[in-house]
Unconditional design. Structure first.
Length: 467
């Protein structure tokens, strides 16, 4: 396609170099901002008219032509296409082609520098709620697993070594807790994007009496930027969004890693549904957790988007610099990747079968050593001494191939007269979890309350399904 006439052609003697023009063009990806760009322009046309910079007739013509562009693009997304440098140039070119002279007045007092920042702010404020909803849906899938697990127990791990028994429900609530922080972090990113940039001009502000407060309300912003020079290069809201996305992916990656490990033949705690597993082209028996591995892999990519973006920003002098154009691909990739990973994780968790017989069988034995120590502490022994003694009991039991739960009262009493027959009831996985007393603990009453609290949160954040 021919190189079109750029918005800035007047200053230049000839055509730009085709390769360099293509290199600098952002239309291949910023077309995604089309609707935001047009809505911003409709509001700008109103503001220009109110400022006396456009006649009523011109304002009307611009606004109705822009509105028809929105309709057309909604009907046919392929409409937003052409050889243009960027989405702003595309909209202006099509507008002028339709209404002529009046269209050429739209950009009065405005710069693409403030316009592109506006578009991206509008875009993120529009898109982030969808990501939040996808996050809440995954939390809902975790909730359903927690509810299904009832009072089943599993081993809790530290250092990926069996540590203490926990309720399976407690495990699922732990992932929901991280997802709720992601939800809040996304809200904070949307809040940071909530500032109107228009009125900043290229850097110094605009020479027309634009009512920025009115314009902000018109575009549903609650604030106006405080400084035009800062505003044209402020992409902190992009960094915040990328951080929120990267951290959400870190959480999804850790969930994925858990489920990959728990699904191995060695653990056998979970069984992936066939619909979310994959096979091997060679080994007929294989059932692989590819979606979970991809989630884990894609987390690396979005951490890269965040670090790449911060690196791009760090060297920029004040004011707009073209480096800032790199913001969009980072944002769009983070958005798409997070959305895809959330959906895949929701499908996996939503159909996952927990092998509660196996988690229960794995939750006893030496994991109850802390409960033995607590038994002695309750009978007066200082904790450090109890810890020492139980350590010796564990060592002996390991050496003789015994299990704590199988020891007789006589065997216990050989270690300390503080032991009596009640030790057997105290040293079971069920007694261990029931002994946890703090609200954040795996104590069954506390977990029941936490499940109810999560259910209420999900009710507020996931719209009821139509079914
Ligand atoms: N495509 C550009 C971007 O994404 C739009 C702003 C262009 N401004 C400029 N002075 N060249 O940042």
């Amino acid at each position: 396609m021919d190189t079109p006439t750029p918005l800035w052609s007047g200053r230049f003697a000839g055509e730009p170099d085709a390769d360099v023009f293509r290199f600098g063009a952002s239309f291949p990806f910023d077309r995604r901002l089309f609707a935001d760009d047009v809505r911003g322009s409709i509001a700008w046309a109103e503001a220009l008219e109110a400022a006396g910079a456009l006649s009523n007739g011109e304002g009307d013509a611009i606004r109705s032509a822009l509105a028809s562009l929105l309709d057309e693009a909604a009907r046919d997304p392929g409409f937003v296409d052409g050889p243009d440098e960027d989405v702003h140039s595309f909209v202006e070119r099509v507008l002028v082609a339709r209404i002529g002279e009046a269209g050429k007045r739209l950009h009065t007092g405005r710069s693409r520098n403030e316009q592109v920042a506006l578009d991206l702010r509008l875009y993120l404020r529009r898109r982030i709620p969808d990501l939040q909803q996808a996050t809440a849906r995954l939390a809902a899938a975790c909730l359903a697993q927690a509810e299904r697990a009832g009072d089943a127990v599993m081993p809790g791990y530290t250092h990926l070594r069996r540590a203490q028994p926990i309720l399976v429900a407690h495990y699922w609530l732990s992932h929901a807790a991280a997802l709720r922080r992601d939800h809040a972090r996304l809200a904070a990113a949307a809040d940071e994007a909530d500032q109107l940039t228009l009125g900043s001009g290229a850097l110094a502000g605009t020479a027309y009496p634009i009512d920025t407060a009115l314009l902000a309300r018109r575009l549903a912003f609650t604030r106006v930027v405080p400084n035009s020079l800062d505003a044209v290069a402020d992409r902190d809201f992009v960094s915040t969004f990328l951080h929120a996305a990267a951290l959400a992916l870190v959480h999804l990656s850790r969930l994925a890693e858990d489920l990959i490990v728990f699904g191995t033949e060695e653990f056998g705690f979970v069984e992936l549904d066939d619909r979310v597993a994959t096979g091997s082209s060679l080994m007929p028996q294989k059932k692989n957790p590819d979606p979970l591995e991809l989630i884990r892999g894609k987390a690396g990519r979005i951490v890269g988007r965040l670090t790449g973006w911060l690196t791009t920003m760090k060297g920029l002098p004040s004011g707009y610099n073209k480096d800032l154009q790199e913001d969009k691909e980072a944002v769009f990739d983070a958005e798409d990747t997070l959305d895809g990973c959330l959906r895949a994780a929701t499908a996996v968790v939503g159909t996952l079968v927990m092998r509660l017989d196996r988690t229960a069988r794995a939750a006893g034995g030496f994991m109850l050593a802390t409960d033995v120590a607590d038994f002695l502490v309750a009978r007066g022994l200082p904790f450090r001494a109890a810890h020492e003694l139980v350590g010796r009991i564990v060592r002996d039991a390991l050496a003789s191939g015994r299990d704590l739960e199988a020891m007789t009262v006589a065997e216990w009493r050989a270690y300390s007269p503080l032991f009596d027959e009640r030790v057997h009831d105290a040293i079971t996985p069920g007694a261990s979890v029931r002994a946890r007393r703090t609200p954040q603990s795996t104590g069954p009453d506390h977990v029941t309350a936490a499940v109810a609290e999560l259910r209420a949160w999900v009710g507020r954040h996931v719209p009821a399904s139509p079914r």
